[in-house]
Design a protein around this ligand. Structure first.
Ligand SMILES: [Zn+2]
Length: 243
């Protein structure tokens, strides 16, 4: 049964209640627990998995990893005590870590838009997010000389305090909004009937399944820390977010 994804309804949800659907013993004294609903974000789309705790009446799962198995979200870690199928539990995600990931993730979108505003619309060849830092591979020739202007443009978008809006669109609606910002849907979204679109109002829009902050000012300062040519016309920018 697919798990209800509470982080889509409210990315700021830190604690929640749910019912345990399964508990499976894994190697290394670890267990895999599924719930009917969760606020834990599973690793995917370049965004790291959430960590935290799931507490039952007789035990606690220390969640070290969360993954998506065909729509079912699995919480993995060690259980201190016992967690039983059918019981009500309270989940609590490691909020400081997740909030920094949300800021970092939103910063990645802002950096893409900053490059598109300064150069032209550019496609992303790859990306990876960590806690407070990330990397973006641009299919564009970005020179070292352009980095200060890109960083300045990104921080201008932060200072705009623009609203970050989430839409769930049909393919046609998603394509229309992206085109209105001079962008387009990538080939990865070919088979989907419903597409989540993250719009930074007045700035740009991208298809994305991750969690983001509600306004760009929450991101803090964006700093480009490294530029590396990956060959074949791809340039990697690494960045950090700071307060
Ligand atoms: Zn995103």
């Amino acid at each position: 049964m697919p798990t209800e994804r509470l982080y889509y309804k409210d990315p700021y949800l830190r604690t929640f209640e749910a019912t345990v659907l399964s508990v499976e013993a894994l190697e290394g004294e670890k267990s895999a627990v599924t719930l009917d609903a969760t606020a834990f974000y599973p690793e995917g789309g370049g965004q790291p998995a959430d960590t935290g705790k799931i507490r039952g009446k007789d035990g606690t799962l220390i969640v070290e990893w969360t993954e998506d198995r065909g729509g079912e979200i699995v919480h993995i870690g060690k259980i201190d005590g016992v967690i039983s199928v059918g019981e009500r539990v309270t989940g609590e995600i490691d909020w400081d870590r997740r909030y920094l990931i949300m800021r970092t993730h939103t910063a990645a979108h802002i950096l893409m838009h900053a490059v598109s505003r300064l150069l032209e619309h550019v496609d992303i060849a790859g990306s990876g997010l960590s806690v407070g830092s990330g990397r973006l591979d641009f299919a564009a020739s970005i020179t070292r000389d352009q980095l200060p202007a890109i960083e300045e443009e990104a921080n201008k978008i932060v200072e705009m305090d623009a609203e970050v809006r989430v839409h769930v669109f049909s393919r046609e609606e998603a394509a229309r909004l992206l085109e209105s910002y001079g962008s387009h849907l990538g080939p990865a979204h070919g088979g989907l009937s419903e597409i989540r679109v993250i719009e930074i109002v007045g700035v740009g829009a991208d298809a994305c399944g991750g969690t983001h902050v509600a306004r760009t000012s929450e991101v803090g300062r964006i700093r480009i820390t490294k530029r590396k040519s990956k060959g074949r016309g791809v340039v990697r920018l690494e960045f950090q977010v700071t307060d």
